[in-house]
Ligand binder design. Structure first.
Ligand code: APR
Length: 259
């Protein structure tokens, strides 16, 4: 991994100084230092178990009670429950408090950006959240904690109290449509920004990875910050390879909070 030199960091810091409307897209890479594994990195969930990626789609979940029972057991053990925000999340709070952040689009479902202090009103959780459950029949939503309490008491595949439908975490699985309003909001933010950061993402999952070329086509600068190369690096005005928990605080140090 080619570690960025001071001139690369200085160049990206100058981009931040010149920008007024920054959009940030984060991926699982910003949460690994909080103990939540990513998917396609060297120790990623799909890297270690390619078959698991195929199983994590909606039709398997809806069709097979055994897949749901395993999913509920996995939710009980999810690393997000004990995870704390890390320096990378906090760096994005600094960016927001300096008045530079327009929208934070996250592919992560762990809620760590909110826990770090990023304003929920600026966050688009484009792949949903693990902190809520939704009934796949009537759409009723509730806290994940309540559903997990039922699983701990022995309900291995808890059904919706209102209609008896299948309950699922309020995350967007493969085969499931994204929330159209969220996608529109992310697209509009990318079209209106003057600087887009793609942080901790392999940029392999669409449609949301598409905000990178959208921002580029709208004459925004694009900066990719990641532990390894992505297929969109050639699009970027700057690419920083390194550990996010070290790189991001360096990029925002010296920014003055305006709020
Ligand atoms: N510092 C820098 N980069 C890191 C770090 C770190 N501490 N940890 C991981 N990374 C990098 C990995 O090298 C990898 O390139 O973050 C990237 C994470 O990529 P993915 O695992 O593909 O995660 P993401 O891009 O968020 O996946 C998108 O795929 O499985 C679906 O819905 C899921 O939202 C997810 C989507």
């Amino acid at each position: 991994m080619d570690v960025p030199v001071d001139s690369d960091l200085a160049r990206v810091r100058s981009f931040i100084d010149e920008a007024q409307r920054i959009v940030v897209l984060t991926g699982a890479g910003i949460s690994t230092e909080s103990g939540i594994p990513d998917f396609r990195g060297p120790q990623g969930v799909w890297t270690r178990d390619p078959a698991a990626e195929k199983l994590s789609n909606l039709q398997h979940y809806m069709a097979d009670p055994d897949v749901r029972r395993r999913a509920w057991q996995a939710r009980l053990q999810h690393e997000a429950w004990d995870a704390q925000p890390n320096a990378g999340h906090r760096a994005l709070v600094t960016l927001e408090r300096a008045g530079k952040l327009d929208t934070l689009i996250t592919q992560n479902i762990d809620g760590l950006h909110q826990r770090a202090g990023s304003s929920p009103a600026r966050i688009v959780e484009i792949h949903g959240t693990i902190h809520e459950v939704v009934c796949m029949q009537c759409g009723e939503r509730g806290p994940m904690s309540g559903a997990l309490a039922r699983v701990r008491k022995g309900e291995l595949d808890p059904a919706c109290f209102t209609c008896g439908g299948i309950l699922k975490s309020a995350t967007i699985s493969f085969g499931q449509a994204l929330v159209a309003a969220d996608l529109r909001r992310a697209d509009q933010a990318a079209r209106g920004c003057d600087l887009l950061f793609a942080i901790g993402s392999s940029l392999k999952v669409f449609p949301i990875a598409g905000v990178v070329p959208v921002a580029k086509d709208a004459d925004a600068r694009v900066v990719i910050v990641n532990g390894e190369a992505t297929e969109m690096d050639a699009l970027a005005d700057a690419v920083l390879h390194g550990v996010l928990g070290e790189l991001l605080p360096t990029l925002v140090s010296g920014l003055i909070s305006t709020s």
